[in-house]
Design a protein around this ligand. Structure first.
Ligand SMILES: *Cc1c(COP(=O)(O)O)cnc(C)c1O
Length: 407
């Protein structure tokens, strides 16, 4: 046990705890904070930590939550609320902020894909909610453009559907039948399929089939938070833990009121439901809400300029090494951040791409970078998820490794 005096002393270093909550709750918060401030959990378990110089990746634990988000998580952790009432109220607030009819917090965009698909199949029918993914009768169908099949569509299949792939508008219209429950769109692939977003929405409306757009990684830009629901997609999902920097275990499911209500019925706290394993608790719901509020207030132009300056520094230092060429690239949609592509003449710099990645990873501090073949040849460095100032370390280390390998 720590003494009360020591505890109070520790509390004075915490801006939010002392002033905002009552004396009885101070004790438990203080214990949590004091414990964690004395333990280096990563060291204790021998876990490598690193500078994230590549972007939001689930396998690298995504993004770091800003202080406001952590404050919301801490401040909501010591009371009980009714989970349905919470989703009702926070959902309405988010829908208002994001200019759509209805919203819910899911356990990530992948969870939103399952819940949204489930909603399109079951509506509010209790028996169907219990029976999916194995409904009696013919298997339900989701229409998708061939070029829009992607690694996350398993989350849609989880609801028990089968995909019907189409390419042309004519094929799409011919594919619609009594078993069609939804039309899936992968926002990133908008320019790859023959049918683009607005036409896709129009076709859904013409045939009375709900359309669902997966925009998980497509914020920034901020306008994407409402662009696609306004365009007429019946459902849209955006990850909570990517550009928004909310909890990794959250996502937004936005769209039509009746479908969000049906998605809620397929989700916790309901137990006999497909989404029961996709629980989001109150701290995470509030955490995402605050992440959204914070994101909406950011000066997005400044954020972008700041990111550009940081990658410029890295680009300039790397390109000083003879034989190295760099370029600032921005993915058109999805992970829409400036990043540096670093490539070199292997006659002048004796190093493979993979060797550079490994040397950055194995040094101190460890730095994570990656190749991104869809954006071009080389090693990519992106500061969107790094902490301020880390660009200097990355720039120096990158320069040094390239320089040491130069002939
Ligand atoms: C990241 C991603 C997902 C999954 O999002 P989570 O929030 O991690 O569940 C789904 N679809 C696409 C296109 C993504 O990029």
């Amino acid at each position: 046990m720590i003494s009360r005096r020591r505890m109070l002393k520790l509390l004075t270093t915490l801006p939010f705890v002392g002033g905002l909550i009552g004396a009885s709750s101070i004790q438990s918060s203080a214990q949590v904070v004091t414990t964690s401030s004395y333990r280096d959990f990563f060291k204790e378990f021998g876990l490598r930590t690193f500078i994230n110089a590549t972007g939001t990746h689930t396998y690298l634990t995504g993004s770091l939550m800003p202080q406001e988000v952590m404050d919301a998580i801490n401040l909501t952790s010591n009371q009980y609320v009714d989970l349905n009432e919470l989703q009702d109220k926070i959902g309405a607030h988010l829908a208002n902020l994001l200019k759509c009819e209805a919203a819910m917090v899911s356990a990530g965009a992948a969870s939103a894909l399952t819940l949204g698909t489930a909603a399109c199949i079951t509506g509010k029918d209790r028996q169907k909610i219990i029976d999916i993914p194995n409904l009696p009768g013919p298997q339900r169908e989701v229409i998708v453009q061939k070029r829009h099949r992607f690694g996350y569509d398993h989350a849609v299949r989880n609801a028990g559907i089968k995909f019907v792939e189409v390419e042309t508008r004519k094929e799409l219209e011919n594919a619609i039948n009594a078993n069609t429950v939804m039309m899936l769109f992968f926002n990133y692939a908008n320019n790859q399929g023959q049918i683009q977003d607005e036409e896709f929405v129009a076709l859904g409306k013409k045939h009375g089939i709900p359309t669902f757009n997966d925009c998980a990684a497509d914020v920034p830009p901020v306008e994407h938070l409402w662009k696609y629901t306004k365009m007429g997609f019946d459902l849209v999902t955006i990850s909570g833990g990517k550009g928004l920097r909310g909890p990794q275990s959250t996502g937004l499911l936005l769209g039509r009121k009746d479908l969000i209500e049906a998605a809620r019925l397929n989700a916790p706290p309901n137990s006999n439901a497909i989404g029961r394993g996709m629980k989001v608790n109150k701290e995470e719901i509030f955490g995402l809400m605050v992440a959204v509020e914070r994101y909406l207030k950011l000066n997005h132009k400044k954020e972008r300029e700041n990111l550009e300056e940081r990658v410029q520094l890295i680009s300039k230092m790397a390109s000083q090494v003879p034989g190295v060429e760099t370029e600032i690239v921005i993915q058109h949609i999805g992970n829409h951040y400036p990043q540096v592509r670093v490539n070199w003449d292997t006659n002048l710099v004796k190093l493979t791409h993979q060797e550079l990645i490994e040397r950055l990873r194995n040094g101190h501090p460890s730095i994570e970078t990656a190749t991104k073949s869809w954006l071009g040849e080389g090693v990519f460095v992106c500061m969107s998820m790094a902490r301020p100032g880390q660009e200097r370390t990355v720039a120096q280390r990158l320069h040094q490794i390239l320089q040491n390998a130069a002939v």
